[in-house]
Design a protein. Structure first.
Length: 216
């Protein structure tokens, strides 16, 4: 039985790759570095904004200025909802799943930006405020299981009855560390990082959000 379904945000609920890439490239170019392809930046997402910025400058072969993270956050905040949209059928899927289980969000994205995305795309109604955990709070970011275990404990649900829906190896490692179930979104821009050959029986993969209704 699955009683709590916890979603990653970027690459799972919403396609935010273009806005993230535009912000990262604006930062690179304003620092004298060359822009990177959008898909290359997409593969850098998942470990938090600080790691993304470091990876972008490393990918461009250019030293990062001391204020790079703060500048990226400002640039991204200006572009947060320009092109970011829910993946097809996400809202309908959340409506259906919310009738079967409690829903939550666990992301390494800063909490304020997470709430703005959820609010701006009319997804916040699916997730009570206390069931949204961002990457800049007191809990360690994924792949630490702390955030997932916190959500499970607050909901009164054992980890065995929790599934984390994500799109990356970070999500996969997080669920394993928490002894929770995992469902990975092959459509997400982080899926290339997943070691598919290491996945175990009972670890699910879906090709679109509607497939979640068949397994959860």
């Amino acid at each position: 039985m699955i009683r709590l379904i916890v979603f990653d945000l970027d690459g799972t609920l919403v396609d935010s790759r273009r806005d993230i890439a535009r912000a990262a490239n604006a930062l690179l170019e304003s620092s004298g570095a060359a822009a990177l392809p959008e898909d290359a930046i997409g593969r850098m997402v998942g470990d938090g904004a600080g790691t993304l910025v470091a990876r972008a400058f490393a990918g461009a072969g250019h030293p990062a200025p001391p204020d790079a993270l703060a500048r990226f956050l400002t640039l991204y905040d200006e572009r947060l909802l320009d092109h970011t949209r829910p993946y097809p059928h996400v809202s309908d899927v959340l409506d259906a799943l919310g009738a079967r289980a409690m829903l939550a969000v666990l992301t390494n994205k800063p909490l304020a930006a997470t709430r703005r995305v959820l609010d701006g795309l009319d997804l916040a109604r699916h997730f009570p405020a206390d069931r949204v955990v961002g990457g800049d709070g007191p809990l360690p970011r994924k792949p630490s299981p702390a955030g997932l275990l916190h959500l499970a404990e607050a909901a009164g649900v054992p980890p065995a009855e929790v599934v984390l829906v994500g799109d990356s190896a970070i999500d996969w490692r997080t669920a394993r560390a928490a002894d929770a179930r995992i469902c990975l979104a092959r459509y997400g821009f982080g899926f290339e990082s997943v070691p598919v050959d290491e996945m175990a029986p009972g670890e699910w993969v879906v090709d679109n959000p509607l497939e979640l209704l068949k397994i959860l």
